[in-house]
Design a protein around this ligand. Structure first.
Ligand code: SMG
Ligand code: MG
Length: 372
């Protein structure tokens, strides 16, 4: 692959209403505001998605910050210099500190453009070994436990094979107990706290050990690796990290410190699909299982996540669900659940087409950034 020369970048803010509100310990989302990036090259185009949210709740990045960072700091560096391969995007942007989600969206768009030209799929490029992926579903906090149980029953009917419950102080033991009582011990069940607990909650979190969970995800602050190591030493439920793992180095350190025994990999959080693959490799070398996280992506990010989840170390079902779990209208054709799996796209690049009419209808802002 010879790289691509970028002539211009197009940024788009798209607003996708969720089929039901998604409540976590961080807040409630009813509309997914996404930042879609299109790179225009001499002989084609590539599409990317920045997974930052509307507000800096999950991470310090948010759509407006990513937009400005791309326009004022990252795009000028991408335009400077000769044709660019995706592998050179991160080094070229390394002078800018942080802003991993913004960088990841750009790298994804460049990789899509490059792979389209080369006629190779994301999955083949990344080293995928599966044609289809087992779907998991992340279930938000509901008003009542009866509502939670009903929502989960619907997802199990749809064919989801693993359920993740969002938890927070006051919504943990009781919902987990109710779900176990209703659906039994065979259900693959895990919980995600999005940093809602403190070290002083360790004795409380140990009570989750009674429920045979696959894992507990990011219970403590993202910077509290030591606290996670202390927790992991005190509980039998495996500790999985999400927010804390911002790079392959961070993953290696967390594993060495005993802060986690499972890793959630999200390309946006770590600066791109190439770093995500490096984390997969580090974890595989340590015998640490990984799974693909989700950020309520549009069909673009979903296509790329399916390709990532096709790598051999992704031995646990991820937060990769069918489009209908999130949206009635998306900017690509929907991903569907068939026979309990979702197919990994095999076409060149992301392997998905944009539905132009939907993209236009859902877009609230665009900006074209031209190279010199
Ligand atoms: O894409 O299905 C999805 C959402 C999965 O729970 C999910 N993501 O912490 O893992 C996580 C959350 C982050 C998004 S909510 C702010
Ligand atoms: Mg998480």
């Amino acid at each position: 692959m010879g790289g691509v020369k970028i002539d211009a970048l197009e940024l788009r803010r798209v607003n996708l209403p969720l089929v039901r509100p998604f409540r976590t310990s961080l807040g409630t989302e009813t509309v997914r505001e996404a930042l879609v990036i299109r790179v225009l090259t001499a002989d084609g185009e590539g599409w990317g998605e920045c997974v930052a949210g509307s507000e800096p709740l999950y991470s310090s990045e948010y759509v407006d910050s990513a937009w400005l960072t791309i326009r004022d700091h990252l795009a000028p560096r991408l335009f400077a210099g000769p044709a660019l391969s995706a592998a050179r995007v991160a080094p070229r942007l390394a002078g800018i500190k942080g802003h991993r989600m913004a960088k990841a969206g750009l790298e994804m768009a460049v990789l899509d453009a490059e792979l389209r030209s080369a006629g190779m799929s994301f999955s083949e490029f990344l080293g995928g070994v599966k044609d289809a992926v087992a779907p998991g579903v992340s279930v938000g906090i509901t008003g009542w436990i009866s509502e939670l149980v009903d929502v989960i029953a619907g997802y199990l009917d749809d064919g989801y094979c693993r359920v993740k419950l969002k938890i927070e102080p006051g919504w943990d033991l009781a919902p987990v107990r109710a779900v176990r009582e209703r659906f039994g011990d065979e259900l693959m069940l895990q919980v995600d706290a999005n940093t809602a607990y403190r070290r002083s909650d360790i004795a409380h979190l140990a009570k989750l050990d009674d429920f045979g969970l696959l894992l507990i995800e990011q219970p403590l602050d993202e910077e509290d690796l030591l606290g996670h190591a202390q927790l992991a030493a005190r509980i039998s439920t495996p500790v999985c990290l999400d927010e804390s793992i911002v790079s392959a180095t961070a993953a290696a350190d967390a594993i060495s410190l005993g802060a986690c025994s499972i890793v959630n990999i999200k390309a946006g959080r770590v600066g791109g699909y190439l770093e995500a693959r490096a984390i997969h490799d580090v974890c595989s070398a340590h015998g640490v299982p990984v799974w693909c996280g989700g950020m309520l992506e549009t069909g673009l990010g979903r296509a790329a996540n399916l390709a990532l989840a096709a790598l051999p170390g992704f031995s646990l079902p991820g937060d990769v669900s069918a489009t209908a779990r999130y949206y009635t209208e998306d900017i690509t054709p929907p991903f569907v659940l068939t026979d309990g799996t979702i197919e990994v796209p095999q076409g060149p690049g992301l392997g998905v087409a944009i539905v132009t009419a939907s993209l236009e209808a859902l877009t609230s802002q665009t900006e074209l950034i031209k190279g010199s």
